[in-house]
Design a protein around this ligand. Structure first.
Ligand code: DGL
Length: 268
């Protein structure tokens, strides 16, 4: 294993780019190989069984690029299929659920935490289980927000429709008097300002992607795998469909130009 080997990141599509952005902030010299399964997105409404099949195939793609570790950027995959990836990869694997749960428990004073995510993530109770593993006395309130994904992809960030939908989704959580809200989906950090308007100002938002980047950094340092290069990192992007669209929308997610995006075939 060499430190110059890339970190492999995969997601159901483009959303994982918010995790790449967080990784590049904390680890600006790490090479990254990203795979987005744009042909089969969204994973959020699919059954755990299908998501587990897809997760295994996504893992194979990253392993072909000889990555030194895998970051499962997708909350839905992290919620229902992390074990599948871990079992196959035999290199360090980090999902977004545990880092997000840890950050939320650490920050919550009232021990009342809201979690928003896809239907699959919320139905799995993965965040609740992870939070209770850390502190069983915390009250956790889950709320699926499936419409946030297409709205973020459309770029309807400060749109009136998004504000209305956010209010509708988040109102039940405000009734529960949460003091912390986990953004348990790759797309939600893009809607941060709109989500903030729909919840009381005292509620702290946790970006699971950012929490994950901090954990990845710790792990690379602990395992002696951190890339000590001071050069610009090599970022490679692979998708299963529509590379041009990925490059265009990906720019919005990453906040910078992506360069070449290549299409690969997923072996189903
Ligand atoms: N990447 C997914 C997640 O974080 C959201 C998009 C999807 O449903 O595939 O759960």
């Amino acid at each position: 294993m060499s430190n110059e080997q890339a970190i492999g990141v995969f997601d159901s599509g483009i959303g994982g780019m918010t995790v790449v952005r967080a990784l590049l902030q904390d680890l600006p010299h790490e090479n990254i190989v990203y795979f987005g399964d744009t042909a089969r997105v969204p994973y959020g409404p699919k059954s755990p069984q299908v998501v587990r099949e897809y997760a295994l195939q996504d893992t194979e793609i990253l392993l072909q690029h000889n990555v030194k570790m895998i970051v499962v950027a997708c909350n839905t995959v992290s919620a229902v299929a992390l074990d599948v990836v871990q079992k196959r990869a035999k290199i360090p694997v980090i999902g977004v659920i545990l880092p997000g749960a840890e950050a939320a428990v650490q920050i919550s004073r009232k021990k009342r935490i809201g979690v928003i995510g896809t239907v699959g993530t919320i139905a799995s109770n993965a965040y609740t289980t992870a939070i209770h593993h850390i502190d069983a006395s915390v009250k956790v309130f889950g709320q699926p927000c499936p419409l946030f994904v297409p709205l973020a992809e459309e770029g309807w960030i400060d749109h009136k429709a998004t504000e209305l939908i956010a209010k509708e989704y988040l109102f039940p959580l405000t009734l529960e008097k949460i003091d912390t809200l986990v953004l348990g989906c790759t797309h939600y950090p893009l809607l941060l300002s709109t989500i903030a308007k729909a919840i009381p100002s005292g509620v702290t938002m946790i970006d699971s992607g950012k929490a994950t980047a901090a954990v990845v950094k710790q792990l690379l340092e602990k395992e002696g795998l951190k890339n000590d290069s001071t050069l610009k990192p090599n970022l490679q992007f692979f998708v299963s469909d529509l590379p041009h669209k990925f490059a265009e929308v990906g720019e919005r997610f990453l906040g910078t130009k992506l360069g070449r995006v290549q299409r690969v075939t997923v072996n189903g």
